[in-house]
Design a protein around this ligand. Sequence first.
Ligand code: 3PG
Length: 388
Amino acid sequence: MSQTKLPKVKDIMNLKGKRVVLRLDFNVPIKNGKIVETMRIDRAMPTVEYLIKKKARIIILSHIGKDASSSLKPIVRYLSKTINVGFVPDFRTEEAHAVVDGLAEGGVVVFENLRLDEREEENNPEFAKYLASFGDVYVNDAFAVSHRSHASVVGITKFLPSYIGFLIEDEIKHLSLALKPKHPFLFILGGAKFETKMPLMKKFLKIADHVFVGGILANDFFKDKGLETGKSVVDKHSINLTPLLKNGKIILPSDVVVRTGLDKKSVSKKVADVLPTDNIVDVGPDTIQNLVPLLKKMKLIVWNGPLGFYEEGFDKGTIALLKAIAGTRATSIIGGGNTAVIVDKIGLGEKLSFVSTGGGATLDYLADGKLPGIDAIIKCKKRRVSLE
Ligand code: 3PG
């Protein structure tokens, strides 16, 4: 997908007074009503600020959580620290239209969680048309949900001239480096979800020079090699992974951190020493040390998915590897929501070339080189009509 072909927010003429339906991804982790991590919101702000500066009237759409039960209210509170912003608790009412009609130039309103209405995820055309009725143009800057064919991501582009925002532009610019990589190129794959990671593994075994595997995926390899994995989480899969090791590109951890069955203490040990009572929860320190000389030789490093059970505090391997990568000259691209949370926690973002805001979207983009939400913008016929 070429950058130049993508219609961008800067291509929209005469924004003053125009109603812009802006799809963002504010799906951030919330605990006890507080936002845990704001990267996705912060990275969307350049487009919001640009539209405010151009005196557009901005209607922000987003989902949060998996269903209707989560609210965007905490995000609106966070936004209101830096911009003037209104909130519509139910976008299916007359009030929503009244609020939009009353928006001043440069005004911003956020509609409540789109998944309040199940037609959003069904990509229902009537619902897409309804959302479009609030705007004159549509801008998608929700990279992280652009792998979903939902009404506010794909359907809406049938009804409004459609463009991408600055965040999507930035994501494509950096992630596309992994599709035509500089060599030597190391791909790092962690996390769980065998089914979603396997296409990535296969793709990058063809184009990368080395593939380092951590997380639950590494347990799958250990198991297929006949090694003891004890009580560790192993995905149920039907294919045998050992033939993938033949071309010598795959690097597996040499040591791991295990929680022992009896006292739940964690210790690091060689992979060959794992006992039936052990539970593998992270990669070990030797594994990271052994990777350092290789990291130094790389021109490109792309990483998706944490190496350990970071949710339970086993993030030392991931942090050590992030720090080692930050000390190299390689172009480094870090993807996957969970890995990004760890980068943010240790404040390493500046030292890495790029941290993607996407989870599943980043995986799909890396695997296929395209996303439904971005394809829909390219194919939008309304824009051509409006330019004629
Ligand atoms: C994400 O967090 O990956 C996106 O916001 C998409 O969310 P979803 O997986 O619930 O569609």
